[in-house]
Every structure is written in C-alpha cells, then in structure tokens.
Design a protein around this ligand. Structure first.
Ligand code: GZL
Length: 325
C-alpha cells in the first residue's frame, strides 16, 4: 500500500512540474502574455511645421487609444538627436522602433545596431538611404508624385509659360528630394516655356520661407509669375513677403504648395494661395497597425503608401470643415 501511495505522489508532483514550466519557457508570473503592453519608441524629427505637429498628434493620440507604451522623442531637426533617441530605445528594449529620418543619409550604422538588437524598425513619413533589410517597412507618401502634381497645377495657373521660383524643404530630406525631382522632371518633359529662375531651401518653416522669398523678390520681383513651395508653411511665409513687397499673392504671383494643412485652406479662401497638394500626416493608426502586425509575426508590406488628393481655391471653403489637420 505504501509503495503505491508513494508512486502516485511522485506522479502527481511530476505532472504539476511539467504544467508549470511548459517548453522550458516560464510564462510571465501572474500575467497572461497576451496582455503584454506593446512598447514602441518613436524618434520624431522635430516640430517645424503644422504638418509635423499633426503627425506627432496622430501618433500620440493613437498610442493612448490603443494603450501602447509610447517612448517619444523630438529631435528638433537634428539627426544626432534622433540617433541618440534610437540608441536609448535599444537600451530600453522596446518592441518596435519608428523613425522619421530628418535627412536620407547617415543612418546605416545605427540601423544596424537596431537590427543586431533584434528590434524591428519602421520608417514613418520620411525615407532613409539604407539597404532594405535594415527596416521592416516605409509608411508615407510618394514625394515624387507630389512634385509632379504640383508642376501640372502650376502650369495650368500660368497657361504653361512664365518664370517660377521654388522654395525647397529641408536639404537632403526625402520629402524635399522627391518633390524637387518630380517637379523638375515634369516641367522638363511637358512645359518647355516654364523656367525655374531661382530655387533655394526654406527648411520647411514659415520664417525661412518668408526670408528666402524676400530675397527672390529683391532680385527678380518683376519677373516672377509663380511660386512652388515644398510645404504650406513656407508658402504662408512667402505670402507675407509678397504682400510686403506690394504684390498680390495668388493673383500677381500664383502659388502651389504641398501638405494641405488648415492654414493652406484659410489662405486659399482668402485668395492668396491657389493649390495645395495633400500629404497625409495622420499616420498614427497605420503606424501602430504595422507595429502590432510585426510583433504578432505577420508579414508587412515594404511600402505602405498614403492616400492623397489635390485641393484648389474653388473647393477650399467647403473642404475646410472636413479637414482633420
Ligand atoms: C512630408 C513631411 C514634410 C512636410 C513638411 O511627408 O516629411 O515635413 O511636407 C514637414 O511640412 O516639415
């Protein structure tokens, strides 16, 4: 009798042990691993424009909505600050790292550190000039297409002929590089009577856009028929410069910009801006969808494009109430 009892005791404890340490990997004590909070590090580039603010708000609001533990950093448009933030996310052992690269170059070393740490990386909004195996996917716009759309809209406004000045975005950023490439390619292939007489960076800010437009007006004021600004903030700065110079923006000098932020709709309603090409900053939902899919081991596409349109003066007033940024 005693032997039997002993055997059943040994059997019962062996059973209990095997359930407690299944597969050699202890389940987290007292919590269901399915409820583990997603921890995401996001290295935002700055707060230089209405667009950027809308992008940041979209990411933060979506994180709060989904209960994601978001580690957020604002690099004030300095690449070294973004690199520092990425290294801090590695040290914290986050589940996914998102980054909006302020410029395209200079990322290979730190992205390799992210890969070596086994942390998936998502490019949000801006691209980086690195081998594709260093990031899981790019989530954002087709900047070349935005430049092409802007060229067609500007050509329509000046009947295919005249002198144009261009306010470029941040030098070396994928948004500025792509928009300039698309714009130039379209003008060269379709509009032989349009000439780009001046092109300079306004770094995507209102202040710099105004300053550079003042210089354009000083040197070529009477010979400018149109302005292409790589974002609405620089266009709004340029509008101030054109008015102070004594000309009517949107009439004497036609203006096309990119982003479609609220300020652009207000300028179009005032007749001071002619067209804005949409570039969607509300990337929060798509970003966290991708993060959740990656963590769940699902395949994600290498590129997830944003849906975007073109907005003109004639529909600005009816569109403004629908705008979310
Ligand atoms: C575009 C984004 C650009 C916006 C600017 O996706 O990277 O940066 O067009 C912003 O307004 O500064």
């Amino acid at each position: 009798m005693k032997v039997k009892k002993l055997l059943s005791l040994v059997l019962a404890s062996a059973m209990a042990l095997s359930i407690g340490c299944s597969g050699g990997k202890e389940e987290p004590k007292g919590e269901d691993s399915g409820d583990k909070k997603l921890v995401v590090g996001y290295a935002q580039l700055g707060a230089e424009s209405e667009w950027r603010t809308a992008c940041t708000n979209s990411v933060k609001e979506e994180a709060a909505k989904r209960g994601v533990d978001l580690k957020f950093s604002d690099a004030q448009q300095k690449q070294e600050n973004q690199i520092k933030a990425i290294r801090s996310f590695i040290a914290q052992g986050v589940d996914v790292i998102g980054v909006s690269p302020v410029v395209e170059s200079g990322w290979e070393t730190v992205f390799k550190e992210v890969k070596d740490a086994g942390i998936p990386l998502v490019l949000v909004d801006r691209k980086a000039d690195v081998p594709e195996d260093l990031y899981a996917c790019y989530l954002g716009s087709d900047f070349v297409d935005e430049g092409i759309k802007a060229a067609d809209e500007l050509a329509k406004l000046i009947d295919g002929k005249g002198n144009i000045v261009e306010l470029q975005g941040t030098v070396g950023s994928s948004a500025a590089v792509g928009r300039q490439e698309g714009f130039l390619q379209r003008i060269n292939e379709k509009y032989p009577d349009i000439k780009i007489i001046k092109s300079q960076t306004g770094d995507f800010t209102r202040a710099k856009g105004k300053e550079v437009m003042e210089a354009f007006l000083k040197s070529d004021g009477e010979n400018i028929q149109a302005l292409f600004a790589h974002n609405d903030d620089m266009a709004i700065g340029a509008i101030q410069a054109i008015e102070e110079y004594g000309k009517k923006p949107g009439e004497d000098i036609k203006i096309v910009s990119v982003d479609a932020v609220k300020g652009a709709f207000e300028a179009m309603i005032a007749g001071k801006l002619n067209v804005t090409v949409e570039c969607n900053p509300l990337l929060g939902p798509q970003f966290f969808d991708v993060c959740e899919d990656i963590v769940a081991g699902k395949e994600v596409p290498k590129v997830i494009p944003s849906e975007e349109g073109v907005f003109r003066q004639d529909t600005a007033a009816q569109e403004l109430p629908n705008r979310k940024y």
